[in-house]
Design a protein around this ligand. Structure first.
Ligand code: PLP
Length: 361
């Protein structure tokens, strides 16, 4: 039996996404063509846009489809009409690296030991030239939820724009663009059971962004290139789906983690995520031991090279390197069952007992 508990990396494709994508594959038209085939493709695109808009409580023209969450983050950071960028220390590399690459001044705001943005430090950073403040809605490693409404209230007082990367939040907690009050928001389909390679940037009505890609007039001139109809149809099929009751399962899993430190446990967290370490245990070894037991999880920092790297998120929370090198992230999703959790708990106990026996020898 395999148990997949790495939904924050990517979630298995939901059946409804697969069905929508298979149907879209049979379409021939380019959504910009005026003939019947083109209009059929346009209808699929429009329906998906409507579904994504509904998922976050906006109107369809505010949705710009992109090729990924990474592209949407780059468009927000590089395209916003601002003079400088303020980011939290725990942003995804798609924010941190694009901010660095933008050529604009970048200020990094620390987080508390619980992994929550330091609002006092943000307030100190706000006076000055027009800024874009980019703070994620929930962190991909720890699941810690950020105080976006407070960020918006502070930023507005200084005329700053606010972007939130809501890639990990969609489908797990309520994400409402208007209630948050942000100007720009990033989404990605594959974290909630849609396909990899389909993202969206939600842009406040009337806010003009400089496009990253120049070419045709697609996406109301905000993102050139023929739309990826198949991927977008899969995104639309899952956009308004929420996860099943993962919190109870996650809490059960956490209660089995004796001797572990759970990062961000003192803050509001996503209901599906646990990031933890057992002092003295190494993440790479644990990851492999769990994999051999049939369980897929990530190291605390699931970096794109596939290697276990130091987590900048845990470092920002002040976690000592000798602890963070043992950090594992378990993330549940739409298809997680109590059998999966029982499987994890049994495997974990076995690995822990082996570790204790070795340490005592
Ligand atoms: N932002 C966050 C918080 C993420 O977790 C990820 C995915 O790892 C991304 C952005 C990037 O999204 P994508 O994989 O669609 O490029």
């Amino acid at each position: 039996m395999r148990t997949y508990l790495d939904h924050n990396a990517t979630s298995p494709l939901r059946p409804e996404a697969k069905a929508a994508m298979l149907a879209a594959m049979d379409l021939t038209g380019n959504a910009s063509s005026v003939h019947a085939e083109g209009r059929a493709a346009r209808k699929v695109l429009d329906d998906a846009r409507e579904a994504v808009a509904q998922a976050v409580g906006v109107i369809a023209p505010m949705v710009v489809f992109t090729g990924s969450g990474t592209e949407a983050n780059n468009l927000a950071i590089k395209g916003a009409p601002i003079e400088r960028i303020i980011v939290s220390a725990i942003e995804h590399p798609a924010i941190l690296e694009s901010a660095r690459a933008s050529g604009k001044p970048v200020q990094v705001i620390p987080v508390t030991a619980h992994g929550v943005l330091d609002l006092g430090a943000l307030e100190d950073a706000l006076p000055g030239p027009k800024a874009l403040v980019s703070v994620m809605m929930a962190n991909n490693e720890t699941g810690v939820i950020q105080p976006i409404r407070d960020v918006v209230a502070m930023a507005q007082a200084f005329g700053a724009l606010v972007h939130t990367d809501a890639v990990q939040a969609l489908g797990k907690i309520t994400v409402n663009f208007g209630l948050l009050g942000v100007d720009i928001m990033t989404l990605s389909a594959h974290k909630l059971g849609g396909p990899i390679g389909a993202g969206a940037l939600i842009v406040r009505d009337g806010l003009a962004l400089e496009p990253l890609l120049h070419g045709g007039g697609q996406e109301l001139r905000r993102r050139a290139g023929t739309e990826n109809l198949v991927g977008i149809s899969g995104f639309g099929a899952v956009a308004t789906r929420n996860m099943n009751a993962v919190k109870a399962l996650r809490d059960k899993l956490e209660s089995s983690l004796e001797a572990a430190v759970i990062f961000g446990a003192g803050a509001d967290r996503l209901p599906n995520t646990t990031c933890f370490a057992v002092p003295g245990m190494n993440a790479e070894t644990l990851l492999m031991s769990l994999d051999l037991e049939g369980i897929a999880v990530s190291s605390g920092s699931a970096c794109s090279s596939g290697k276990v790297a130091k987590s900048h998120v845990l470092a920002a929370m002040g976690v000592a390197p000798e602890i963070s090198k043992g950090a594992l992230r378990v993330s549940l999703g739409w298809d997680t069952t109590s059998d999966h959790i029982e499987h994890f708990i049994a495997a974990w106990r076995k690995i822990l007992a082996r570790h204790k026996a070795r340490a005592a020898a």
